[in-house]
Structures are given as structure tokens and as C-alpha cells.
Design a protein around this ligand. Structure first.
Ligand SMILES: NC(=O)c1ccc[n+]([C@@H]2O[C@H](COP(=O)([O-])OP(=O)(O)OC[C@H]3O[C@@H](n4cnc5c(N)ncnc54)[C@H](OP(=O)(O)O)[C@@H]3O)[C@@H](O)[C@H]2O)c1
Length: 219
């Protein structure tokens, strides 16, 4: 499987990259980001790119891939709706439209979050925008698209959040997160489980397009 990974420097993306590099069925990983991952591996190739609304200068390198793991995303905390929509909807759809055009056989997987609002009408700004992003991704002409909605994610194997306050919470709450992962699997997953689940779904498919924490943990 040839994989394109967006957001490889983030907490979710680091976990997905680790699992891709370990998985013998993943042949190559092309990481696309605005900063390098700092990792070296025979399977890993990177493109550092700055304009995430326009891929015309690099799209010739986007063809021939089987899967995209789209882990680029931000927290809505402290952000107005316009900015959050730009970073969530506009950036994701710009990449996905380019990839769908070049890779009709691609499986696209996107990381949203628990309580994403598929109606696009609810009271929570972030959930409406993630819901619209999911809905519009599911209309694109990919072979298949899957929306991953983890709740809490326990970072393992040195994975760290790029968002300082999120990282601080994970450090302080590490023992609690381990416990929750055992007793409340509907609300917690690990970076390892999430990465492995994304690879498995890209390879084998899944009976439904939206996966909650319990689906991710079952895979
Ligand atoms: N962490 C959780 O517990 C959790 C739980 C549920 C859902 N999620 C979802 O998972 C997704 C990723 O979250 P995360 O925790 O991995 O976030 P993170 O650690 O803050 O990483 C964010 C990633 O997105 C990239 N990025 C952010 N803004 C960008 C921009 N303007 N242009 C290009 N790249 C940009 C970052 O690149 P740089 O390295 O260049 O900054 C980084 O790779 C989000 O959609 C989030 O809602 C996370």
C-alpha cells in the first residue's frame, strides 16, 4: 500500500506514521506538511509545502497512491468560526479534491472527533464544521472514504501533541488515560490503536463510513 499522510508532525499523525513505518504491507509513505517530521526511514518521503489550499506545484507527485490518512487538524479552542472553517473545511477539501482527481482508486481516511455533527445544524461550532467536512468528503469520487471519530487519544511511544495545552493535559493525565482506556473504551483509544485501525480500514474496508472510538478499538 502506498500512503499519503497529512499532519505527520501532529499527535495523531505521528502515531499513524509510526504504525505505517512498522507495517510490512505499507510500501511507501509520502508525508506532506508545512514542516519536516525530523524522521528518517527507507519508506518515508516528505514534501514541505506552505499553501495548503493550492497543490498545483506539487500535485504531479500525488498520483499513484492507494490511501490518504488525513491527520492535519486543529483544536477550535480560542478560534473564531471563520478561521476554524478555513483550517478544517477549506484545507481538508482542497487536498481531498486534488487527491480524488489523481487517484480514483484511493481510500481516504479523515480524523474528526467524537460528537461531530453530521446534521451541520447543532449548537457546537466545531462539530458543525467537522460534520460538513465529513459530509462533503463522503461525496468525493474516492474508491471509499472513512471518517474516524476518536474521543480521547492516549499518546504512546513518544507521540506528542503540537498544541502545548493539549500536551500538558496528556502529561498530567497519563495515569488516568491508561485507566480510562481499559474501563471506558468508548471514550478512549491510543495513538497505536488509531494508526493500526486506519491502516486496516484502508486495506480491508469497513461496513460503515463513520467510525467511533468503539469501532476503532474493535479493529
Ligand atoms: N489529540 C486528540 O486527543 C484528538 C482527539 C480527537 C480528535 N482529534 C483530531 O485529530 C486531528 C489532529 O489532531 P492532533 O491532536 O494531531 O493535533 P496537533 O498535535 O496539534 O497537530 C496538528 C497537525 O496539523 C498540522 N497543521 C495545523 N495547522 C496547519 C496549517 N495551517 N497548515 C498546515 N498544517 C497544519 C500541524 O502541522 P505543524 O507541525 O506544521 O504545526 C500538525 O501536523 C484534529 O482534527 C483533531 O480535532 C484529536
Amino acid at each position: 500500500m502506498k500512503v499519503i499522510l497529512f499532519g505527520a508532525t501532529g499527535m495523531v499523525g505521528q502515531g499513524v506514521l509510526r504504525e505505517c513505518l512498522l507495517d510490512p504491507g505499507v510500501e511507501t509513505v509520502l508525508a506532506v506538511g508545512r514542516s519536516p517530521t525530523g524522521q528518517r526511514h527507507a519508506k518515508l518521503r516528505e514534501i514541505v509545502h506552505q499553501d495548503f489550499l493550492d497543490y498545483s506545484a506539487i500535485e504531479s507527485q500525488f498520483a499513484g497512491f492507494d490511501a490518504c490518512f488525513f491527520c492535519l487538524g486543529v483544536s477550535s479552542v480560542g478560534m473564531n468560526e471563520e478561521r476554524y472553517r478555513h483550517l478544517t473545511y477549506d484545507i481538508t477539501l482542497a487536498a481531498a479534491r486534488t487527491l480524488a482527481k489523481l487517484n480514483p482508486g484511493m481510500v481516504f481516511t479523515y480524523v474528526t472527533g467524537r460528537s461531530t455533527d453530521s446534521t451541520e445544524q447543532g449548537p457546537m461550532m466545531w462539530a458543525r464544521i467537522k460534520g460538513k467536512t465529513e459530509n462533503d468528503l463522503l461525496k468525493l469520487p474516492f474508491k471509499a472514504a472513512y471518517m474516524f471519530r476518536p474521543a480521547g487519544i492516549q499518546p504512546l511511544h513518544g507521540v506528542r501533541s503540537k498544541t502545548p495545552w493539549v500536551q500538558a493535559i496528556y502529561v498530567v493525565a497519563a495515569p488516568l488515560l491508561s485507566y480510562l482506556n481499559r474501563v471506558a473504551p468508548n471514550y478512549m483509544t491510543t495513538s497505536e490503536q488509531l494508526g493500526r485501525a486506519m491502516i486496516k480500514v484502508a486495506r480491508e474496508g469497513y461496513p460503515k463510513p463513520v467510525l467511533e472510538s468503539e469501532d476503532i478499538n474493535r479493529l
